[in-house]
Design a protein around this ligand. Structure first.
Ligand SMILES: [Zn+2]
Length: 651
């Protein structure tokens, strides 16, 4: 009786799809039910072996119904957990170094975390197949980071602990996604933030039945100050969600391009105020976001402010994340398809391709991107299935924003370090913990340890959450450049080189000792470790501060670059005191995770197919305008620099 009701429930949910699937499956598979699970469809069978043996059956069904299919064993066909655990241990070769085997009964899945996932998978997936054939459980493989990482284990644990919630949430979202919508003959975009400015990036895309948001960020400076920012600069801190006339529960989906605060720092706030829909991002973006959002909350609390949201809201957001890999086409509503492509900006950063309606309209939204050489990542992807409108970042979009090539930049960088260290001084390198920090680590590891003019015996201290961010990189080698990926896979990760020392204890201990390189988080000197070092090291002209990334117009970093020689900072006891800036202030351009002007222009020249319309974003006003003008001229297309709150009818 119960079986019948399960099947009829599935039938009700899936309608004609159910009949179509049932007709294509072999009888002996024992198809028992089908469910929506987020954007995917899960098929449960009493004898999944019948399908595992012949992959072509599933492929044929998937292509016929145009959905991703997941095959799982019916509850009745699952081996008892402890017995399955022992069997799995005996199937996987010990060289895989299995760290954890965890079962998720609500999903009929077993998660196997190992240092060498390749050995858990086996040649052509043979080991995984053996596990599912013999135990009934669907194996999922996770990589153990080569460095211990609280963030990663925390996020993974959260997903296990909240298994029931996740299952319910995914089922509900699945129903929403598969609800048939009346076809929309129009498609429009509203700029909610980050247009003719850098910060609080957000774009609303609407059809008749869907409202999708790409990015939802906080502006960098007020973000550090928390809600204190409400009074003076509220209008500049958050996206204009309130002015766009949408209620939080109208939003069908939030898509995050990457984990920098100015692109996703406002998302937990949506959850605090009742949003219950999905957040899409790549797996590394989810983990990096967990790290950065929790750090933001802590930083604001420590400085005596009230953060916009607390850790509970961050957790709620994480529980609503649906991760997607690059190049995976996903239906996020009945009429909108999402695909991520590599953006080359930071680990897991994606260029978003959205397809709305049957062949109706296609947009490419770059988020932040790098179309050029870096040590970490491949350059941004320029091949797309279709493009009508291109939304492109303009951080370095002005015609004068040409940065030196990476080789010259690295030489200049190492010269500054060599000079300072030989003169008996210390170098502070303020960086964003995610992205630039790892680029700098890779460059230093290369020059300081290999024979050449810059081989030196000097300690490199890491302070702030850099170590944690680097550890997350080691869990996702497949997102990194080939050479780096291979080093991590072969246990020669440059992030674990012995030249790096993690700051433990008092910062003063480092300050009191001899020459050193200090990589400290707090990229623009707006707070965090870097500001603390500046206060302690500013007085001595032997020392140097070395900027390697973008500094916003009002940041302390920019003011030092402009020649500021005295600054008022809180001392150890929190009392404000003047600090003389006697150390040398150096800037090396060319390490940026953003494309410079030349790279932006070659990106638009090389992108295929050619977009019909281009919109610039994420840049100071003059740069957005300048870039739009130049692209319009070069490509002979309509190119514009929209303002915040502009609504554009795309179709
Ligand atoms: Zn970014």
């Amino acid at each position: 009786m119960e079986e019948k009701s399960e099947a009829s429930k599935s039938k009700e949910q899936l309608g004609q799809l159910f009949d179509k699937i049932e007709a294509m499956l072999p009888k002996e598979a024992g198809f028992s039910k089908a469910e929506f699970e987020g954007p995917d469809i899960v098929l449960y069978m009493k004898n999944a072996k019948a399908v595992y043996q012949d992959d072509s059956i599933v492929r044929a069904i998937a292509s016929s119904i145009k959905k991703k299919l997941i095959i799982r064993s019916d509850e009745s066909a699952l081996m008892e957990v402890e017995k399955a655990r022992e069997l799995i241990k005996s199937i996987i070769p010990p060289e895989a170094v299995v760290a954890n085997i965890k079962f998720m009964p609500r999903f009929s899945e077993v998660y196997i975390e190992a240092l060498k996932p390749g050995l858990v998978i086996g040649k052509g997936g043979t080991t995984l197949k053996a596990i599912s054939m013999q135990t009934g459980w669907s194996p999922k493989v996770l990589r153990t980071p080569t460095m211990s990482c609280d963030t990663l284990s925390g996020v993974r644990q959260l997903m296990f602990n909240e298994e029931d919630f996740r299952k319910k949430f995914l089922t509900k979202i699945g129903k929403d996604i598969n609800r048939t919508l009346e076809k929309s003959e129009w498609f429009k975009a509203t700029a909610l933030g980050g247009y003719r400015e850098v910060g609080r990036s957000s774009l609303l895309l609407e059809t008749k039945g869907s409202k999708v948001i790409i990015d939802c960020g906080l502006s960098p400076e007020p973000a550090v100050r928390g809600v204190d920012a409400n009074t003076s600069s509220e209008n500049k801190a958050f996206p204009y969600l309130d002015s766009a006339n949408i209620s939080i529960n109208d939003i069908s989906a939030v898509i995050i391009t990457h984990s920098h605060m100015d692109h996703m720092g406002f998302v937990p706030y949506l959850f605090k105020y009742g949003y219950e829909g999905p957040v899409y991002c790549t797996p590394p973006t989810r983990d990096m976001a967990a790290l950065l959002l929790k750090d933001y909350v802590k930083l604001v609390q420590r400085s005596g402010g009230t953060p916009l949201y607390d850790e509970k809201d961050v957790r709620k957001m994480l529980l609503h994340v649906i991760t997607r890999e690059y190049n995976e086409v996903t239906n996020i509503t009945d009429e909108v398809k999402l695909t991520y492509h590599n953006a080359g900006h930071i680990l897991g950063s994606g260029i978003v391709h959205l397809h709305a309606g049957e062949g109706m309209y296609n947009i490419v939204h770059t988020g932040d991107m790098k179309y050029g050489y870096s040590r970490l990542l491949d350059p941004a992807s320029v091949k797309y299935p279709r493009i009508d409108a291109l939304f492109i970042e303009s951080t370095y979009g002005g015609h004068a924003d040409v940065t030196p090539n990476r080789n010259d930049a690295e030489r200049q960088f190492m010269e500054t370090i060599k000079r300072t260290v030989q003169g008996g001084g210390k170098v502070i390198i303020p960086v964003f913990a995610v992205g630039r920090a790892q680029e700098i680590q890779l460059a230093l590891e290369n020059y300081l340890t290999n024979d050449g003019p810059y081989k030196m015996d000097v300690p490199v201290f890491l302070d702030g959450m850099i170590l944690e961010a680097s550890a997350i990189h080691t869990a996702y080698p497949e997102y990194l450049k080939e050479g780096l990926r291979n080093r991590i896979l072969n246990n020669r990760s440059p992030f674990e080189s012995e030249i790096f020392e993690v700051m433990k204890g008092e910062r003063k201990d480092i300050v009191d000792k001899g020459p050193a390189i200090i990589i400290a988080s707090g990229g623009m000197l707006n707070g965090g470790a870097s500001l603390d070092y500046l206060r302690m090291l500013a007085d001595d002209p032997k020392n140097a501060v070395l900027f390697v990334g973008f500094n916003s117009a009002n940041s302390l970093a920019r003011r030092l670059q402009n020649g500021l020689r005295e600054v008022v900072l809180p001392d150890e006891d929190g009392r404000l005191a003047p600090v003389k800036i006697n150390l040398t202030v150096n800037t090396v351009d060319g390490f940026s995770g953003h494309s410079d002007r030349r790279q932006l222009m070659s990106f638009v020249e090389n992108i295929r197919p050619k977009p019909k319309t281009v919109y610039t974003m994420h840049g100071e006003e003059s740069k957005c305008e300048d870039l739009a003008r130049s692209i319009g001229r070069a490509l002979h297309v309509d190119a514009r620099a929209p303002m915040n709150l502009d609504t554009i009818r795309l179709k």
